[in-house]
Design a binder for this molecule. Structure first.
Ligand SMILES: [Zn+2]
Length: 493
């Protein structure tokens, strides 16, 4: 089995997860499930980034210790696994010992490119990054719009500049593939403006002792990004020379990072350079998704429009939330969420499209009374038109998933669903002459449609795993009671 490593970014835990985190988890989950179906040996990783100065400040505000804060908030991210039906294999927290070990080991592996100097710069605590004067407007962070802090201290630096040519070559040649192409171009132009060495530590005093200590220097803490990025290999056992590290990272398999557009520079440039410096393998691909807006506005605490995924899952179910995020949000661009859009998508595609088809086909099968439980199991489609439509959906959806275009993949499957609904309308088996009801013609149509339903179930399984299972189960006809897959919802207005 071919090893396939896939990771999400590890979110900061200074605030609970929102719909944007759910989107990234779900996108990565689809890829992981798809690869497992293909027969790959998948290792799907996520986790939380807990060594940030932001946590120290947030904990201070709440009057609790940083450890209490990160324990509480990390648990909220882990709690998304079951309700969203996510299939990650490991969850790494950067406060774990295995992570500390690995982060320090990587520091030492990069040692030849690390030096000390006094530095003054503009720092955003939100980004945990320094900004150059030409990157900002009115002294504010371009990502957070907050005033930046001027900081001066003696820190360690990493010779990022040394890797400029090598990184450019790797990315331009797609040896390190960045998807979509617009993001690749963004990274290439950033590198072309010239890479400067980066500050990779801060005083333990400023960090209030929170974080991973620089090996051999108790006065310095590793900069949170230089500490967080190695989480990907630390979870594989880099720190203790574990066998998974060799198998999933240094071996022949695929290594894929799924990240949001705001942190592309850290992954494509800084992380790659760190790996080059430590003489370790690089990821093959970085897939970059966009952000979710709410009624056209960026989700933010200050606007009070942050969408909590839990109530949505509770009300509509995991698969309805998964479907909306995968179908409505263009996978590599920004997409918009509103309650109305959610309900429209649900009613049009899930209730009227898929739910209706399953109810019609299995309702007919029961009415004809020519089928017994198990008749449809392993049934194959006979009708050429249906076979063709299935083949087309298979090809188009696989192609789209390989290109991380989840919305296109679902579109292709829904074309098949629409085709089946039309097929029933055209052949109207329910209108066969009363004397002949249940004749061989109807039996063939319904049998073909039931076999097609199972194909639809298989196609859906990476995207809507519970629904896929339910469809295949219903096709056994073991229960006379049909479950209503996606009952229509009435606008909540
Ligand atoms: Zn910022």
């Amino acid at each position: 089995m071919k090893p396939f490593f896939i990771s999400t970014a590890i979110p900061y835990v200074n605030a609970p997860g929102h719909l944007g985190h759910a989107l990234e988890f779900i996108q990565a989950d689809v890829i992981a499930r798809y690869q497992r179906i293909l027969g790959s040996k998948v290792f799907f990783l996520t986790g939380t980034d807990e060594n940030s100065l932001k946590n120290v400040r947030a904990a201070e505000d709440l009057g609790i210790s940083p450890k209490e804060l990160v324990d509480k908030n990390s648990a909220k991210f882990q709690a998304l696994k079951q309700p969203l039906n996510l299939s990650w294999d490991d969850f790494i927290r950067t406060t774990e010992e295995r992570h500390f070990k690995g982060a320090q080991k990587l520091w030492l592996a990069c040692k030849a490119d690390i030096y000390k100097k006094t530095y003054a710069g503009l720092y955003c605590v939100g980004c945990e990054a320094f900004y150059e004067e030409d990157e900002i407007k009115d002294g504010r962070c371009p990502e957070h719009q907050v005033a930046l802090e001027r900081i001066e201290e003696e820190n360690y630096f990493f010779k990022l500049s040394k890797y400029e040519k090598q990184l450019l070559e790797l990315i331009e040649s797609d040896k390190l593939r960045i998807v979509p192409a617009s993001r690749k171009n963004e990274v290439v132009s950033f590198i072309r403006t010239g890479l400067k060495d980066i500050c990779i530590s801060r005083s333990a005093e400023r960090a209030k002792g929170w974080g991973v200590q620089v090996p051999g220097d108790s006065s310095q803490i590793i900069w949170v990004w230089f500490d967080a990025l190695p989480n990907y290999i630390n979870a594989l056992g880099y720190g203790e020379d574990g066998p998974r590290f060799q198998e999933f990272w240094e071996g022949e398999g695929t290594k894929l990072h799924v990240i949001g557009k705001g942190i592309i520079r850290f992954h494509a440039v800084y992380w790659s350079a760190m790996l080059l410096s430590a003489k370790l393998a690089l990821p093959d691909t970085i897939f970059v998704h966009g952000y979710i807006t709410v009624a056209g506005k960026k989700m933010s605490k200050s606007l009070g429009n942050v969408v909590d995924p839990f109530p949505l899952i509770e009300k509509y179910g995991a698969d309805a939330v998964r479907y909306f995020l995968l179908r409505e949000i263009p996978s590599a661009e920004d997409g918009d969420f509103t309650q109305e859009k959610f309900e429209e998508r649900y009613n049009a595609d899930l209730a009227n499209g898929l739910g209706n088809l399953v109810a019609r086909v299995l309702g007919l099968a029961l009415e004809i009374k020519m089928y017994s439980p198990g008749d449809f199991v392993h049934a194959t489609v006979q009708e050429a038109l249906l076979k063709e439509a299935i083949e087309k959906a298979h090809k188009a959806s696989s192609f789209a998933v390989e290109e991380f275009k989840f919305n296109d993949a679902l579109l292709a499957i829904w074309e098949l669903i629409a085709f089946c609904n039309q097929y029933i309308d055209q052949h109207h088996p329910w209108e066969a002459s009363p004397n002949n009801w249940g004749g061989s013609k109807e039996k063939k149509i319904v049998g073909d449609l039931a076999a097609t339903l199972q194909e639809i179930g298989n196609l859906l399984s990476p995207f809507l795993p519970d629904t896929a299972k339910e469809i295949v189960k219903e096709c056994t006809l073991e229960s006379e009671v049909r479950s209503n897959l996606f009952p229509r919802i009435w606008p909540s207005s």
